[in-house]
Design a protein around this ligand. Sequence first.
Ligand code: H2B
Length: 95
Amino acid sequence: MDRLRRRAYAWSMDIPEGWTLSEDGKALTRTLRLADFSEAFALLSRVALHAEKVDHHPEFTSVWNRIDFRLTSHDAGGVTRRDIALAEAINQLAS
Ligand SMILES: C[C@H](O)[C@H](O)[C@H]1CNC2=NC(N)=NC(=O)C2=N1
């Protein structure tokens, strides 16, 4: 097992509620369903402002009321504490 994957497993206890470690161990993923497109876009706006503030940005795709998030640290090539923190922040912003 490579270093990043071991580190991701070591941190798996810290994975925030609702998030899953991807199959390859390189990202945290979560699908959120909001009331409608407007609510989904509003959440993305709040997440965008937060991401700019902390200079750590989520990957996402959206279809109407659904958002699929994927969090990974491009510079590190895998999951870091910045992704854990961003997952926690998205949970807060979505609640
Ligand atoms: C230059 C700037 O700090 C980097 O490009 C930041 C911006 N946001 C980022 N976001 C994510 N998810 N991973 C990164 O490695 C990253 N790097």
